[in-house]
Design a protein around this ligand. Structure first.
Ligand code: KIV
Ligand code: NA
Length: 258
């Protein structure tokens, strides 16, 4: 049975931890889904797999192209579409249009948007009222890289209180879950405890209701990882070895064999 947003909220009540990862094409979607990942995010970190330096240049069309491919590989996991920079901030009409395309064209079951300021809260509320499940994302929000950099957020008491207020406002606006990125683990624990909806942490400690990482980081495919990522297998090395073996066998006429 495909996983629903309601189910993830129930899992929090039951103490079942949510496993999330990002996917960028049919093959990663298929492999992650078959391995039992609960929530698959077509993250705008897709930008990395397309060779961009940041998530800023990524377009809605590029996201749609990849999300459609991921959709074809995912049967069980909840599929969430990350709305890229400036495809939802202009107006709620713009957000509705972009989110609508994510659901109607790419077959996503939810969208994710960054930030927790009043305009975003209003947008979340409008989307939810239209029947579009929304995942929030606060703390380090990479689309604001030119304002925040990539450093940990919520370190002072004031900044922490602001994030707590944002999380509460997102829940009240109807978000079904919130990504907490690169914030102190005590703060993430506090937020998780205050909310009914599940928090999904990345660089936010072990007390969140679920965890997410960028799959390229987990698989050792990224050129650089954030400090909180864990490389579970170094596929860059494995690929280099396989390609070098192939190249030498071809050059030495060992492959193909008779
Ligand atoms: O784009 C992304 O991969 C994300 C996750 C890291 C939460 O937003
Ligand atoms: Na993202």
């Amino acid at each position: 049975m495909p996983i629903t947003t309601q189910q993830l909220i129930q899992w929090k009540q039951q103490g079942q931890t949510i496993v999330a990862l990002t996917a960028w094409d049919y093959t990663t979607g298929r492999l992650l889904d078959a391995a039992g990942v609960d929530l698959i995010l077509v993250g705008d970190s897709l930008a990395v797999m397309l060779g961009y330096e940041t998530t800023i240049p990524l377009t809605l069309e590029e996201m749609l192209h990849h999300a459609k491919a991921v959709r074809r590989g995912v049967k069980r996991a909840l599929l969430v579409f990350d709305l890229p920079f400036l495809t939802y901030q202009e107006s709620f009409q713009q957000a509705m249009h972009s989110a609508g395309r994510a659901l109607k064209e790419a077959g996503a079951q939810a969208v994710k948007i960054e930030g927790g300021h009043p305009a975003i809260i209003e947008t979340v509320s409008r989307l939810v009222q239209a029947g579009i499940p929304v995942m929030g994302h606060i703390g380090l929000t990479p689309q604001s890289i030119h304002q925040l950099g990539l450093k940990q957020q919520g370190k002072t008491t004031t900044a922490g209180e602001k994030l707590i207020a944002e999380a509460i406002a997102l829940e009240a606006a109807g978000a079904f879950s919130i990504v907490l990125e690169h914030i102190p683990s005590d703060l993430a624990a506090q937020i998780s405890q205050k909310l009914t909806i599940p928090t999904i942490g990345i660089g936010a400690g072990s007390k969140c209701d679920g965890q997410v990482l960028v799959t390229a980081d987990v698989l050792g495919l990224s050129e650089r990882q954030p400090p909180f990522a864990k490389v579970y297998v170094n596929l860059s090395e494995a690929i280099a070895r396989a390609v070098q073996d192939y190249a030498s066998e071809v050059r030495e006429h060992k492959f193909p064999t008779k």
